[in-house]
Ligand binder design. Structure first.
Ligand code: HEC
Length: 314
């Protein structure tokens, strides 16, 4: 039995469409949008499919004309046979056990309310089986949780909370890269600071020295900043680089935002330390505009660090 054309054409069409999308590498967007030529291609495919159908139809017609009258008859009856879903129909019958309308008279009940009468149908087997399943389920459940005491709801809750907690941690670890100059905060975790130190040692010591005392780059331990102190300015300097021609490149090319936040935090912890060969101060004393209480203290170099940590913890 052949499938009708209105199934054949769409199926073939979408099959070719799917294959095309599968084989053409078009990034995030579907190929049909990324490469407009494919729209034309699919239109051609559709027209060719229709053309094939028309050709088949006319061949069938021509052949039909050549048949004898009796053969034509046979051909038509075989064609009008519908595809039968025998097994599906049987299964349906077995699961519903419904009585055909013609045989309803056998199960009609006696009583009659104003002409409304009732059929004594059996419970449909699909429903009965489902009911048996619930009985088995309840017995297993009863034994497992009320007699054997497998685990309690409270334990289940704890487990799920723990799993969710882990998922949140995981998300935060990856989402750290979402930080930018507006959201960055001083990272006081030892793990972040030691990661920051590693990045500093690997990338920055050539110009700033291991102790931050300065060389080609300025001293990072004093409270004088050329480009501004505090976590946001430092992050910004690391990310975008210093003034043109000074030698401080924009590290956003090679460091991830999370790494820049770590190394920026590490740089801030250098503030107030005493390097072996401190470079003379450059720039201006930087006062945190967001500091909780602007103490007019010029003699405490540690001020710088505590300022930004305070902000971060507020
Ligand atoms: C090639 C040498 C060089 C390297 C490598 C380098 N810097 Fe710099 N850095 C400089 C120079 C030069 C300046 C001054 C920029 C200016 O004057 O605009 C500077 C400025 C800075 C400042 C601002 C200082 C201020 O006073 O405002 C920070 C913060 C800084 N660097 C951090 C880093 C970090 C973190 C790294 C490593 C990821 C790094 N630098 C790597 C040369 C370098």
């Amino acid at each position: 039995m052949r499938t009708p054309w209105w199934i054949r054409i769409p199926v073939l069409f979408f099959l070719i469409f799917g294959l095309m999308e599968y084989f053409i590498d078009s990034g995030d967007k579907p190929a049909i949008i990324e490469y407009p030529i494919t729209q034309f291609f699919m239109l051609m495919v559709l027209m060719i499919l229709i053309a094939i159908e028309l050709i088949l139809k006319s061949i069938e017609n021509v052949m039909f004309q050549t048949l004898s009258a009796e053969a034509q008859e046979r051909y038509l009856t075989s064609k009008s046979k519908k595809m039968e879903w025998k097994w599906a129909k049987q299964l349906y019958k077995r699961l519903t056990k419904s009585r055909s309308i013609e045989r309803e008279g056998e199960i009609i009940l006696d009583h009659n309310y104003d002409g409304i009468r009732e059929l004594d149908n059996v419970l449909p087997p699909w429903w009965v089986y489902l009911f048996y399943v619930t009985i088995i389920f309840s017995v297993v459940y009863l034994i497992r949780f009320h007699i054997a005491g497998d685990y309690t709801q409270a334990e289940e809750y704890e487990q799920e909370v723990a799993a969710a907690q882990m998922a949140i941690e995981e998300y935060k670890r990856t989402a750290k890269d979402l930080v930018d100059v507006n959201t960055v905060e001083f990272l006081s975790d030892a793990s972040d600071l030691s990661a920051g130190e590693k990045i500093f040692v690997a990338n920055c010591v050539v110009c700033h020295m291991a102790d931050g005392g300065g060389g080609i780059g300025p001293n990072l331990t004093d409270e004088y900043w050329i480009l501004g102190g505090g976590i946001k300015n430092v992050f910004n300097t690391i990310s975008e680089g210093g003034r043109d021609g000074k030698g401080m490149v924009a590290w956003k090319q090679s460091l991830k935002p999370a790494e820049m936040a770590q190394v920026a935090s590490y740089v801030l912890t250098l503030g107030g330390t005493t390097p072996a060969e401190p470079k003379a101060p450059e720039g201006e004393i930087w006062v945190d505009p967001d500091a909780p209480e602007p103490e007019e203290s010029e003699e405490a170099p540690a001020e710088q660090v505590s300022d930004s940590t305070d902000v971060a913890m507020n």
